[in-house]
Design a protein around this ligand. Sequence first.
Ligand SMILES: C[S@@+](CC[C@H](N)C(=O)[O-])C[C@H]1O[C@@H](n2cnc3c(N)ncnc32)[C@H](O)[C@@H]1O
Length: 286
Amino acid sequence: MCAESSPMSAEQAVGLAARLDRWHTAQLPERKQIVAHLLLRPGQWVLDAGCGNGVFLSELARAIGPTGKVVGVDQSAPLLNLAQKKIADLPYSHLVELKEADLYHLPFPAATFDLVWIASTLHGQDQPLAVLQELKRVARPGGQVVALDTDYTRRIFLPLEPALEQRVQTALLRAIEVENPAHDIFLGRRLLGLFQETGFERCGQHIYTVARTAPLRPLEQAHIHDFINPQLEKAAPYLDQADRLELYELFSPQSPRYMLVRPEFHYLELLVIAFGISPFTPDAPA
Ligand SMILES: C[S@@+](CC[C@H](N)C(=O)[O-])C[C@H]1O[C@@H](n2cnc3c(N)ncnc32)[C@H](O)[C@@H]1O
């Protein structure tokens, strides 16, 4: 799942929003914990950069209510419409403002936000460093920028045979090199370094583990299916016929060997959270 470079149709937005909702809901306990660890306080101003259909908006608004403000920005008008609908009936919806904007050129003065949050969006950028620099610009000095992202090699499906898993990873890497070098699905491992390179102070990282064991809830199964199938499609041209057949049998819901319903199935995903403090500079307003 990644950012789209060409404008998204309303239909594509509905499809992406459904996948984002399943992903978010399947990991709700961990994601609520992550938002709680942001230590937001009432009255603060928060930017949700690349807010998509708004899966984080309500948690963020609850944390800064009743006097703060959450601004969600995204380049996709159809996703913003869905975000608007999602928050419409929530008690804190009046604290949320949505804006169509590009992450490389945000329409806010320097030093506007106490916290800038960017989730699952940096890995789809051609220039993640330039985006982080722009996020640093709009964070107030002493304010935080926090990014959540993942690294696809940190999503592990067990008991998949380790050699097969490695061949899939190698094929995936090859597919990405050939087809889409800008789309860095291994960004999670570089996130902390990017924060340091951007010039944040007191950079750090937390890793949250999402672990699920059979029997999966239907929603968890749907999320894992959403994730794994496009990856296998991408990897397929770089795998041999025997591996393709084996993977088809393991990951097709109609197959008697379908892995996701096996009693010994388990799944791990590491969510990487990197953060840094926007520095005080002589010309920045305090
Ligand atoms: C994978 S989605 C993540 C959405 C949301 N943060 C979440 O966690 O569900 C990435 C989002 O970033 C937005 N996006 C990507 N590049 C962008 C850019 N340059 N400017 C603004 N939004 C962008 C996309 O439209 C999409 O909504």
